[in-house]
Design a protein around this ligand. Structure first.
Ligand code: NAD
Length: 541
C-alpha cells in the first residue's frame, strides 16, 4: 500500500575525512590500495542484471604507472547495445510505476553503502584508476557521490509535493511521470560522483538508462554499478556498457525509445551527439531531453584591492589540484600590474614546494594526467606557448611520460589577452596569466567576458565591494558558478548547484532540483465533480 505523503528530511553534507598521518582512514585506504594494486580484475558488461563477457577486451591501467594493469574490461558490440536498450525498456515497465519512495530508498541505501562499507573501495579505485590523490578522491568518489544520492532523494520529495491548487468544483493534480523511453547516460573520466549522478538522478525519477562509462574511469564505474545492485537497484534499470563511444552513440541515438541524454564530457563530443539527435528527430516518439555539462575556460579575475596571498593560493589550488582536470579548474588569470610582482613571488614559492608523483605517496600534491592522448595534447599547448613571441613559460613546462603521465605545474605569462591558452580548454596543470594595467579594470573585465566560448566557473578577488559589483555585472553571463574571494572549483551538492552556459552546457545544475526536473514529463489531471449537462452559456440567452 502506498497511502502516504512521505517526506525526506534535508540531509547534512557527508563529512570529509582528513587522511592525516595516524588517522584510522589513512590505514584503511593504504590497505585497500595495496589490495587493488596487487590484483587484476575482470570488468564485464552488466545488461539486465546479467554479467556479459564479449571477449573483445581492453586494459585499464594506472595513469601514474601505465604499465600497471588494474583490470581487463569487455567491450560492447552492436548486439550488446541492442540488448542493453531492450533490457532497459523491459525494466521500465515496473520501475516507472514504482512509488518514488521505494526508489529514494535505494538511493539512500547506496549512499550509506558508499559512506560506510565501500568508502575505501571507491576511493582507492578512483585514486588508482583516475590518478587522484587521496583527498581529491575522498571529496569526489566518497563525499560528493554520497551527497548526490542523499540530497537528490530530498529534492525529489520536494518536486513530487509540488501540486496545483484545486477548488470546490474540481480537483487538480500533477503526476510527475518518468520520460517515455530510456535515457542515454554518458560519463566523463574525471569525477566518480558525476558518473554516479548521471545515472542515479535519472533512475531516482523513475527512468531507466543505458550507460556508456568513460574507458579511463572504468574501475570506479564498475564498483559503482556493483554498489547500486547491492543497494537493491532492480535488473535492467541501469545497463552498463563500456566500449567505443562513437559506435554506441550511433546505435543508441537511432532508437525510437531514446527519450533523453544525460551527458558530461567535452563540448566537441556533446555537439556531435546533439547533431545526431537532431538528424534522427523524426524517429523518436518524444522530443528528447538533452542535458549536457561540458568544458570550461575558468578564470580568476583580480582587482587591485585583493589580498595577494589569497590570490596565489586560489591559483595553486584552483589550477593545479587534480592536475587541472576539473571542468571548473582555473586556467586563466587576470592580475593588475601593481600586484603582479607580489602575487608572483608567493606563487613561485608555493609552486617550488609542490611535489608531482604517484597517488600512493601522500606528499604529492599533483599526480599524473589521465592518459597519453591527454598528456600529448597538454604538452602541445605548452610547446605553442614556448615558441610564441607573445607568451613566456615562467614555471614548469616540463612533462615526462616514461612511467606515468606527469606534467609539472605550468604558468604561462602572456601579453596578449586573446592568446590561445587564454581561450581554449587545455585540461591539464596549466595556468595562463595576463597582467593588465590597473586603470583598465572594466576594459579587462569585458575582455575576460568575450575571450572564451565557455562560461562554466569564474572567481573575482576584491576587497572593494564596488569593484566586485562591477565585475558581477560585466561577467553576468561569463560563468554559471561565480565565486567571490574563493577558487572557482569545489562546488558542493546542496550548497552550490553546478553548471555553466554558453559552450559549457545546458546549465541544468547538477546537485539541485533543477536537474531532476529534466527527467520527468509532468501530466496535469483535472477532475470535475459535477460535469456540465447543458452546452449553452448564459450569454447566449
Ligand atoms: P570526452 O568528451 O572525451 O568523453 C566523455 C564521454 O563521452 C566518454 O564516456 C567518452 O567515451 C564518450 N564519447 C566520446 N565520443 C563519443 C561519441 N562519439 N559517442 C558517444 N560517446 C562518446 O570527455 P572526457 O575527456 O571524458 O572529460 C573531460 C571533459 O569533460 C572536459 O571537457 C571537461 O571540462 C568536461 N567536464 C565537464 C563537467 C561539467 O560539469 N561541466 C564536469 C566534468 C567534466
Amino acid at each position: 500500500m502506498n497511502n502516504t505523503i512521505f517526506t525526506i528530511n534535508k540531509p547534512a553534507n557527508e563529512k570529509v575525512y582528513s587522511y592525516a598521518e595516524g588517522s584510522p582512514e589513512r590505514a584503511e585506504i593504504k590497505e585497500e590500495l595495496d589490495r587493488q594494486a596487487s590484483g587484476e580484475i575482470e570488468i564485464p558488461l552488466i545488461i539486465g542484471g546479467r554479467e556479459i563477457r564479449t571477449g573483445n577486451t581492453g586494459k585499464v591501467v594506472m595513469p601514474c604507472n601505465h604499465r600497471h594493469v588494474l583490470a581487463t574490461y569487455h567491450k560492447a558490440g552492436e548486439k550488446e547495445v541492442k540488448d542493453a536498450i531492450d533490457a532497459a525498456m523491459r525494466a521500465r515497465e515496473k520501475w516507472a510505476v514504482l512509488s518514488w519512495v521505494e526508489r529514494a530508498s535505494i538511493s539512500l541505501k547506496a549512499a550509506d553503502l558508499i559512506a560506510e562499507k565501500y568508502r575505501y573501495v571507491i576511493n582507492a579505485a578512483t585514486m588508482l584508476g583516475q590518478g587522484k590523490n587521496v583527498y581529491q578522491a575522498e571529496i569526489d568518489a566518497a563525499v560528493e557521490t554520497v551527497d548526490f544520492l542523499r540530497f537528490n532523494a530530498w529534492f525529489a520529495s520536494q518536486i513530487y509535493s509540488g501540486q496545483p491548487s484545486s477548488t470546490s468544483e474540481q480537483m487538480n493534480r500533477i503526476e510527475y511521470r518518468p520520460l517515455e523511453g530510456f535515457v542515454f547516460t554518458v560519463s566523463p573520466f574525471n569525477f566518480t560522483a558525476i558518473a554516479s549522478n548521471l545515472n542515479m538522478s535519472v533512475a531516482l525519477m523513475g527512468n531507466v538508462s543505458v550507460w556508456k562509462p568513460a574507458t579511463t574511469s572504468l574501475l570506479s564505474s564498475y564498483y559503482l554499478m556493483k554498489i547500486y545492485r547491492e543497494a537493491g537497484l532492480p535488473d535492467g534499470v541501469i545497463n552498463f556498457i563500456p566500449g567505443r563511444g562513437a559506435m554506441i552513440g550511433e546505435f543508441v541515438l537511432a532508437h525510437p525509445g531514446f527519450s533523453g541524454m544525460h551527458f558530461t564530457g567535452s563540448n566537441a563530443t556533446f555537439n556531435s551527439l546533439w547533431k545526431k539527435v537532431a538528424n534522427n528527430l523524426s524517429i523518436y516518439r518524444n522530443y528528447p531531453r538533452l542535458v549536457g555539462e561540458t568544458g570550461g575556460k575558468d578564470f580568476i579575475f583580480v582587482h587591485k584591492s585583493a589580498d595577494p596571498g589569497e590570490v596565489a593560493t586560489a591559483i595553486v589550488r584552483g589550477a593545479f589540484e587534480y592536475q587541472g582536470q576539473k571542468c571548473s579548474a582555473a586556467s586563466r588569470a587576470y592580475i593588475p600590474e601593481s600586484m603582479w610582482s607580489v602575487v608572483w613571488g608567493t606563487l613561485e614559492s608555493m609552486i617550488s614546494n609542490i611535489k608531482v608523483g604517484d597517488v600512493m605517496d601522500n606528499s604529492n600534491f599533483i599526480n599524473a594526467v589521465i592518459d597519453e592522448k591527454s598528456f600529448d595534447n597538454i604538452m602541445d599547448y605548452i610547446e605553442i606557448a614556448r615558441k610564441s613571441d607573445s607568451a613566456e613559460i615562467v614555471a614548469g613546462g616540463i612533462g615526462d611520460k616514461t612511467k606515468g603521465y606527469y606534467i609539472q605545474p605550468t604558468v604561462i605569462l602572456t601579453e596578449d589577452p586573446e592568446f590561445l591558452t587564454m581561450r581554449e580548454e587545455i585540461f591539464g596543470p596549466v595556468m595562463t596569466v595576463y597582467v593588465y594595467p590597473d586603470r583598465d579594470y572594466e576594459k579587462t573585465l569585458n575582455i575576460c567576458n568575450e575571450t572564451s566560448p565557455y562560461a562554466l566557473t569564474g572567481a573575482v578577488f576584491s576587497r572593494d565591494r564596488y569593484a566586485f559589483v562591477t565585475a558581477c555585472r560585466i561577467l553576468r553571463y561569463a560563468a554559471g558558478n561565480f565565486y567571490i574571494n574563493d577558487k572557482p572549483t569545489g562546488a558542493v551538492v546542496g550548497l552550490q548547484p553546478f553548471g555553466g552556459a554558453r559552450a559549457s552546457g545546458t546549465n541544468d545544475k547538477a546537485g539541485g532540483p533543477l536537474n531532476l526536473i529534466r527527467w520527468v514529463s509532468p501530466r496535469t489531471i483535472k477532475e470535475t465533480f459535477l460535469p456540465a449537462t447543458d452546452f449553452r452559456y448564459p450569454f447566449m440567452d
